[in-house]
Structures are given as structure tokens and as C-alpha cells.
Design a protein around this ligand. Structure first.
Ligand code: UD1
Length: 341
């Protein structure tokens, strides 16, 4: 069965392609290489030991989207990852984010939803919740105003899909709200490839440990948490990738409760920044050079997922531990830095 994965050479996309191929799906990747590398395709083929179709298409070019679906009439499912995702950049360049993240979604839905049966998985984020005041976060809490244009594109993206599902019963869709994806494939063949200075905690930790960065700055230790640092729900990217497979099968097999559903993807357990550092030090055997500094503007104190809905309805649960994720992230860092790929 043929499935389109947009953004399939990115961090979460590439890990999902592996799971799909392992399950026997025929995968076509669309990626414009704006935040990824063609090398990832070579590595993917190495992991799954077979060919994977790839097209370098910018999904903002509507005629190319139309042409793609005309050429691939046998596509049964779409997993849509392709999007810009840097929160800070989205504040500086809001139009770029609205254009990149929303026109592409609209063009794909316009073409794909013409099919008699269309199974669609949307890559959303816990960022849609905004500044929450109830923990753990359940899927049905009313969403707070978006904190950034990036977050707004995810809120609007979900609304677009929900509205379309109301009038088109042939469209079956699921939005997956990720918490903090970390780690890498156990083969260390694919992983996160931050361009320039990493914005997220785990690549910053591993780059510091390997000597690419001098010191990790921990943003604040005076939050009302057990050790004063912020709490997040860190989930292994392979667990996350597996959830996409389960969600896709659910829409393809038409076992949904309604034709549009939303699931949180997290572990359900919150970890402080210092706990993440301590896990890293344990699995790597290295002491990390870090220091406490001021709070980062915009950081929420605590977020972690309520995972009951995903557990019971989707039948999925994260299986890997924080240590597993940190071990794989460290192995991956050592491999990319020593250029042994
Ligand atoms: C990020 C994204 C958010 C997305 C979420 C899950 C940003 C600003 N936000 O949020 O949109 O929904 O991931 O994918 O990119 N930290 C440090 N030092 C560092 C880096 C981070 O102390 O150098 C701390 C942060 O203060 C935070 C935690 O580590 O408490 C995690 O930070 P980060 O990896 O950037 O993720 P989020 O802020 O949760």
C-alpha cells in the first residue's frame, strides 16, 4: 500500500519512514531539503534495505502538488510532516510560517481529499495548548491563544482539517500532538541534524559533551518545581514514529470513533532539565559542563501529557526510557561528529 510522507527526510519524518517500510508500506517521500539533507535518503535505504521513492517538491507550488497526485493515483495515506518549526524564527518571519505551513496543508488536502477514501495524519504539537493551567494536559482542554506564529499555524492547521472532515466523510484524519521528541534510531544511521546552533535541550547537551559548544546554559533554576528547573515530557523519536504507524492503520482500517481525532504523544512523565542532564551523564559516563543562567522568555514551567486517550483508544504507549533516548542521542552525536556515517 502506497503512502506519502511529506518532510520524510526530517527528524521525525525519517524515523517514521523506517517504521512504515518495516511494516511493508510502499513509501514516497516529498521533501524540499530546506531543513534536511538528501544523504538521509541514502541512509534510510540502508536501514530498510530497499528502494524508497523520493521527489524534491516544494509543496507551496500548487501545480506540482496537483501533478504529483495525478501521477500517484494509488496513494492511500498521507503523513504530513513538512513544515517550518523554529519558534523564534516564526516570530521574526510570521508570513513565511503562515505561507509554508498553511498553504502546503491546504494544497495537499485539496488534491488528496478528492479521493474516494483519504487517510490523513497531521503532525501537530503540544505547542497548540499555549500556557496551560491543568496538568497533565488532556486533549480536550480548551486551547489557549497561540504563543507564536509557529504555534498558531499548528492550531489553524488542526482547525482546517477538523472543518474539512465535517463536510467530507471520505476524509479520515488524525492530528498527533507531540511533546518533546528526542533520541535517534538505534542503528545511529539517522537522528536529529540541527543546522547551526541547536535551540533544543538534548542536541545542545550532546554538542556540548562532544566539544562543539563550550557550555550548556540551563535557563532558570528558580521555577516552582522539585529542583527549580522546567519540566517537559521527553519522548523517544522511535516511540513517536511507531505511533504514526498505529494512527495510519487506524484511519486506513476505518476504526475511528469519528472521522477526525486528536491524540497526545508523550510518555506521561515530566522530567526536569537537571534530570535530563543527569540521565545523560549516567549513560555517557561524561560530566557535562553547564551553568545556571536566567530564565528563557516564553518558557512554561511544566508540561507533560495525559496519555490515557492514546493508550486506550489508539492502543499505543511509549516504551523507551529517558536513559534509552539519551544513550541513542549520544551515540548519534558521536557518529555525526566523527563523520563516520
Ligand atoms: C520546544 C519548542 C516547542 C515545541 C516543543 C516540543 C521552542 C522555543 N519551543 O519547546 O514549540 O512544541 O519543543 O517539540 O523551540 N533548555 C535549557 N537550555 C538550553 C535549551 C533548553 O535549559 O540550551 C531548557 C528549556 O528552558 C526547557 C527545556 O530545556 O525547559 C526544553 O527546552 P526545548 O528543548 O527548547 O523545548 P521546549 O522549550 O519544551
Amino acid at each position: 500500500m502506497k503512502v506519502l510522507v511529506t518532510g520524510g527526510l526530517g527528524f521525525i519524518g525519517s524515523h517514521t519512514v523506517v517504521e512504515l517500510c518495516n511494516e511493508g508500506f510502499e513509501v514516497v517521500i516529498i521533501d524540499n531539503l530546506s531543513n534536511s539533507s538528501k544523504e538521509v535518503l541514502t541512509r534510510l535505504k540502508k536501514i530498510v534495505d530497499r528502494d524508497i521513492l523520493f521527489e524534491n517538491i516544494d509543496l507551496k507550488e500548487k501545480d506540482k502538488v496537483v501533478d504529483f497526485f495525478n501521477r500517484h493515483k494509488d496513494i492511500k495515506g498521507v503523513i504530513h510532516f513538512a513544515a517550518s518549526k523554529a519558534v523564534g524564527e516564526s516570530v521574526q518571519k510570521p508570513l513565511l510560517y503562515y505561507e509554508n505551513n498553511l498553504t502546503t496543508l491546504i494544497y495537499i488536502l485539496q488534491e488528496f481529499s478528492k479521493k474516494e477514501k483519504a487517510a490523513f495524519i497531521f503532525s501537530s504539537s503540544c505547542t497548540v495548548y499555549g500556557q496551560v493551567d491543568m496538568l497533565p494536559i488532556t486533549e480536550n482542554v480548551p486551547l489557549k491563544p497561540a504563543e507564536s506564529p509557529y504555534a498558531n499555524t499548528k492550531q489553524i492547521g488542526e482547525e482546517i482539517i477538523r472543518d474539512l472532515c465535517k463536510v467530507q466523510e471520505n476524509l479520515k484524519a488524525i492530528s498527533l500532538r507531540y511533546f518533546n521528541p528526542i533520541g535517534a534510531h538505534e542503528s545511529s544511521t539517522i537522528g536529529e541534524l540541527p543546522i547551526g546552533m541547536p535551540q533544543n535541550l538534548v542536541p545542545f547537551i550532546t554538542q556540548t559533551a562532544i566539544g562543539l559548544r563550550e557550555q550548556l546554559l540551563v535557563f532558570g533554576d528558580n521555577y516552582p518545581t522539585r529542583d527549580g528547573t522546567c519540566i517537559r515530557d521527553y519522548i523517544h523519536v522511535v516511540d513517536l514514529a511507531k505511533a504514526h504507524l498505529v494512527a495510519l492503520k487506524r484511519v486506513l482500517e476505518d476504526t475511528q470513533e469519528s472521522n477526525y481525532e486528536i491524540f497526545n504523544l508523550g510518555t506521561g512523565t515530566g522530567r526536569t532539565v537537571l534530570e535530563v542532564i543527569s540521565s545523560f551523564e549516567k549513560v555517557s559516563g561524561k560530566k557535562l559542563n553547564y551553568k545556571i543562567t536566567d530564565r528563557r522568555t516564553g518558557d512554561v514551567t511544566v508540561t507533560y501529557a495525559d496519555i490515557e486517550h492514546a493508550n486506550y483508544v489508539l492502543g499505543w504507549k511509549a516504551e523507551k526510557s529517558l536513559d534509552d533516548a539519551m544513550r541513542s542521542a549520544w551515540k548519534w552525536e558521536q557518529k555525526i561528529t566523527s563523520n563516520k556515517l
